[in-house]
Design a protein around this ligand. Structure first.
Ligand code: PSU
Ligand code: MN
Length: 300
């Protein structure tokens, strides 16, 4: 048996020539925004990657084929499928391929494909982490071990604050993942810029982030780096987050369905304000990932 990812010529050419490539995920396109709005988010992120001089490689499984680089009509398919697309973490990739489904890759699933393809940079909104109430239900995002074991830099607005951010920061330290703060001393909290635990190092320029990442890979060639960028605008909605997490738990929702259900409820309870912030931070993170990828490609 062979796994032959279908890569666009543009991505293949960039990888062959050592040009900067930024991977983007598809779970946020299908599950992260209501009413098919994920397609605009995806296209805006790709545009920001291109504007910074890198090539976007949005990743997903379409009808059982692993695709690296998607067309606008593919992206529309993911966006309009919503929950009908299968949320594909690293453990789900094989089932999506063999069973021929539409598979929307999470951060973890996207990183597994980055390993296969040799892509070193990716961007998302907020990575997964340790869920609130983990002592009762040990729900820890599969993003974390994938970040720890993939030689890639992931740019996010920190860890989703629907999670237990302090516990997630502890686990990232255990996993030896450098948590870089983009012009910030504290870990951004996804919707809100302030209030998180300290980062492991502050970086103020793309070239500095690229050098630090290169040095980390020389020291530890199989490990990931997290670069966290505070959202702007920032939205402080902790009471809404607590209520959304509680309601989803009471509805008995478990496993992979938790994060999309909480995000959807947050969007509803905030009257759509969280959607705007989420949309903006995803595009900004994509742009920053591209800047660092460009700086990395230009290093000697
Ligand atoms: N960032 C967003 N919206 C999202 C996600 C990230 O702004 O929906 C997705 C990513 O795909 C991430 C997933 O991998 O949420 C985490 O899900 P879980 O907690 O089930 O691991
Ligand atoms: Mn989970």
């Amino acid at each position: 048996m062979r796994i032959d990812p279908l890569m666009t010529d543009e991505v293949r050419d960039a990888l062959d020539r050592g040009r900067p490539v930024v991977a983007l995920e598809t779970t946020l396109v299908s599950h992260g925004f209501p009413g098919g709005a994920g397609v605009q988010v995806a296209l805006a992120s790709e545009a920001r990657v291109r504007d910074a001089g890198a090539v976007p490689a949005t990743i997903g499984i379409v009808d059982g084929t692993l695709r690296i680089g998607l067309t606008e009509s593919d992206l529309k398919r993911f966006a309009s499928a919503g929950d009908a697309a299968r949320k594909a973490g690293a453990r789900d990739l094989a089932a999506c391929l063999v069973q021929g489904v539409l598979g929307a890759t999470t951060v973890g699933g996207t990183l597994a494909v980055c390993r296969l393809a040799g892509i070193r940079f990716m961007a998302t909104g907020g990575t997964g982490g340790v869920h609130r109430g983990f002592a009762a239900v040990p729900d820890v995002s599969a993003d974390l071990p994938q970040i720890a074991r993939t030689q890639a830099l992931v740019v996010s607005s920190g860890v989703k604050s629907i999670l237990d951010v302090a516990a997630t920061a502890e686990l990232l330290e255990t996993l030896a993942v450098p948590v870089l703060g983009w012009r910030t001393r504290t870990l951004p909290m996804f919707y809100s810029a302030e209030g998180g635990p300290p980062v492991s190092a502050v970086v103020t320029a793309a070239a500095e982030a690229a050098r630090l990442t290169a040095a980390h890979w020389l020291l530890n060639g199989t490990a990931g780096v997290l670069l966290t960028r505070p959202p702007d605008p920032s939205l402080d909605i902790e009471p809404i987050l607590a209520e959304a997490v509680d309601r989803v738990r009471q509805q008995g929702i478990r496993g992979q369905a938790v994060t999309p259900a909480v995000l959807e409820l947050v969007h509803e309870l905030s009257g759509g304000r969280s959607i705007e912030v989420n949309r903006q931070l995803i595009a900004d993170n994509a742009g920053l990932a591209a800047e660092v990828a460009v700086a990395y490609a230009g290093q000697d």
